[in-house]
Write a protein of this length. Structure first.
Length: 323
C-alpha cells in the first residue's frame, strides 16, 4: 500500500510535467511559426480555431448542436468592419463592439431556442441564422454582395501598428490564447462540470436541483461571444466582411472542424480547424474539387476515428481526460 501511495503522486507529477512540456513546446512553435509559414495563413487558422473552440464549448460540453453559429461569426465581422472603417473606431473598440453584439444575439437566440432539444434546437438556430443572412443581404451598411472592403487595421491601443503582418499575427495569437484560456477555465470550473452533467443526463441534473436552462443559456451566450470575437478578428485580418461569413455553409464548416478534430476535447477543434484551413488553402491551387476532398477525408475520419483525431489519440493513451 505504501509503495502504491508513493507511486500515484509521482505519476501525477510526471503527467503534469508532460503537459507543461507539450504546452510550452506548442507556445514556442506558435511564436516562431510566422518565420516559417505565411502569417496570413496562420492568422486564418487561429481565427477559425477560436471559432471551432467556441462551437465546441456548446456541442462538446453542453450537448447542444447549433447550425446557426455563422450568424454570430458573420455579424461580428460586419460590426467590427463597419465601426472601424465608417466610424473610425480603434481596432480594440471594434472588436469589443463585435463581441458584445454577438453575445447579445446569443442571448436572444438562446432564449428562443433553449426551450427545445435535439434536432428541434438545431433547426431553430438554423432558421434564426438564415434570418440574419437575409438581413445582411438587405441592410445598407453591409453593402450587400460586395461586403465591407478595405477595412483599415489601425493601431492597437495607439501603440502597435496592425498594418505590419508580424504585429498583426502576434495580436491574433494573443486573442486566440485568451479565448482558449477562457474555454479551458470554463470547462474545468464547477460550471463546466454541471454542463457535462447536463450533456450526459439532463433529467438527472434537474432532479439534483440544477436549473439546466440557465446553464445552457449562459453556455450559449459565452459560445456566441467567442464566435463573435473570432469573426471580428477575421474581418481585421482580411480587411473584409462579406456574406460568406454569415452563410449556412460557414456553420457547417465549423461543425466539420469540430468533428474532425474531436468533439468534447479541448485541442480537437484547433487540430480540426488547422486541417480544414490547410486543405482549403493548398487544394485551391489545384484542379481537385476542394469540398469533395474534404468530404472524403471527413467520411474516412468518421469510419476510422469516431471520436475525431485528438479524441481517438486521447482514448488510446493512459490517463484519459480533456486536453
Amino acid at each position: 500500500m505504501s509503495m502504491q501511495t508513493q507511486a500515484l503522486p509521482r505519476t501525477g507529477m510526471e503527467a503534469g510535467a508532460r503537459k507543461a512540456l507539450l504546452l510550452g513546446g506548442g507556445l514556442l512553435l506558435a511564436v516562431l511559426a510566422p518565420f516559417l509559414l505565411y502569417p496570413v495563413f496562420l492568422m486564418k487558422v487561429l481565427c477559425f480555431a477560436l471559432f471551432a473552440c467556441a462551437f465546441n464549448l456548446l456541442i462538446g460540453f453542453a450537448g447542444l448542436l447549433s447550425f446557426g453559429h455563422a450568424a454570430f461569426f458573420g455579424s461580428a465581422a460586419y460590426i467590427a468592419a463597419h465601426t472601424v472603417k465608417e466610424w473610425g473606431w480603434a481596432p480594440e473598440a471594434g472588436l469589443l463592439a463585435a463581441t458584445a453584439v454577438a453575445g447579445l444575439m446569443g442571448l436572444v437566440f438562446g432564449l428562443i431556442a433553449i426551450r427545445r432539444q435535439g434536432i428541434y434546437f438545431a433547426m431553430i438556430t438554423l432558421a434564426l441564422s438564415q434570418m440574419v443572412f437575409f438581413l445582411a443581404l438587405q441592410l445598407p451598411f453591409t453593402h450587400g454582395e460586395d461586403g465591407i472592403q478595405g477595412v483599415p487595421r489601425g493601431t492597437l491601443f495607439g501603440l502597435f501598428d496592425l498594418g505590419q503582418p508580424l504585429t498583426m499575427y502576434y495580436v491574433v495569437l494573443a486573442i486566440f490564447l485568451g479565448g482558449f484560456a477562457l474555454v479551458w477555465r470554463t470547462v474545468h470550473s464547477p460550471f463546466g462540470q454541471v454542463l457535462k452533467a447536463i450533456r450526459e443526463n439532463e433529467p438527472r441534473a434537474v432532479s439534483l436541483g440544477y436549473r439546466t436552462d440557465r446553464y445552457k443559456l449562459v453556455a450559449f451566450v459565452l459560445s456566441a461571444s467567442l464566435a463573435g470575437l473570432a469573426g471580428g478578428t477575421k474581418a481585421l485580418v482580411f480587411q473584409l466582411a462579406s456574406l460568406t461569413d454569415v452563410t449556412w455553409q460557414m456553420s457547417g464548416e465549423v461543425v466539420l472542424m469540430t468533428l474532425l478534430g474531436g468533439m468534447g476535447t479541448l485541442f480537437g477543434p484547433v487540430v480540426g480547424a488547422a486541417l480544414v484551413v490547410t486543405l482549403e488553402s493548398y487544394l485551391a491551387a489545384t484542379s481537385l474539387p476542394v469540398p469533395v476532398v474534404i468530404g472524403c477525408i471527413f467520411v474516412g475520419c468518421v469510419l476510422l476515428f469516431r471520436r475525431g483525431i485528438v479524441g481517438e489519440i486521447l482514448h488510446r493513451l493512459p490517463g484519459k481526460g480533456n486536453r
